[in-house]
Ligand binder design. Sequence first.
Ligand code: FES
Ligand SMILES: [Fe+2]
Length: 378
Amino acid sequence: MLAATLDKLATLSRLPLGKATAMPPQMYTCEEIAAHEQAHIFTRQWLCAGRSDDLPNAGDYLSYEIGSQPILLVRQVDDSIRAFANVCKHRMMQLLEGKGACPNQRIVCPYHAWTYDIQGQLVAAPHMQKREGFDASKIQLNTVRCEVWEGWLYVTLSDEVPPVNELLAELHDVVADYHMDNYITIVQQDHVWNTNWKMLTENFMEGYHLPVTHRATVGGHFPVEDTRFSSLPPNPAFTYQYFTKQDTAPLGTAHADNTVLQGEQRRTSVLPTVFPSHMYALAPDHLWYLSLQPLGTDQVKIRYGAALAPEVLAASEEPDFLISDVIEFLDKVNAEDRGVVEGIFKGAQAPLSEAGPLCWLEQENHEFTQYLARQLCK
Ligand code: FES
Ligand SMILES: [Fe+2]
């Protein structure tokens, strides 16, 4: 099954968009494909753990997991962010959960209170002095590669993948005018949906469904025929498209105090997908993002968040109401997406299912097929 499915993927990836179909259903349902993706994609690439402003002060931490590896990210005194294996060097207890501030900038294991500083160095281990030769200074949490790029936190288990700023150098010019690193996070949550991770990625990558699935929320404010795709040569690390909002949209156009964006840019959102699974909709006044990892074939672990441009919050007389309104609105949009991506996963498991032809608005879906073929068909 694995070899046959990968053959189909390779063949499909070589077709032009005008002749391409969606990926075969086995790409979403086959356990061997899921295992192959773990080995060839998720342990080898950069994944997004959140945003830098999730950790404003030294000692603030954020936990994350890459597959079965728990990770903690912690803000250092010099303002950098470092990541470590979130596993105690004594009997492997998980050290920190969720996010918060480490009291006194110390990480204390909840099992026997081995205590680490925020550089991952063991500094105290109760009752261990009787053990001959025990030297706390030789014990250090395992380091995990972590980079901050334009306000995003990326982590990887790979020693080989090139630095983020190298991989995403060309994306910088596309997003720079929005100054998204200044956006202020208003929500960050983890969810699990009952679908294959790729179905959620592909759903993000096309605006074709917006007027239909999202007719009750954002659908009416996007003229989908105005969708524009990347004008850069294909990039192995990312892709993106632009959506333009009508001025009537409740969210998604530049605030009057935004004097940087000009003309059409003031109502244009850019939607990058950083392969394999970090996606964000970057609007002049807000952004929202998804970072995905598979849980087998049939569930996806989602880190979801949203942020507002600083001038939007600064000008609001009732920022708490504004924030709760935005969150409520985005929750509705997410619920609409959940309905369709769980629905198509049911469809993909049906014996009579087969992949159909793609629309021009699904250009990025075909780019994703080509990305997967590059990673998986070696
Ligand atoms: S497992 Fe952490 S102190 Fe024992
Ligand atoms: Fe959607």
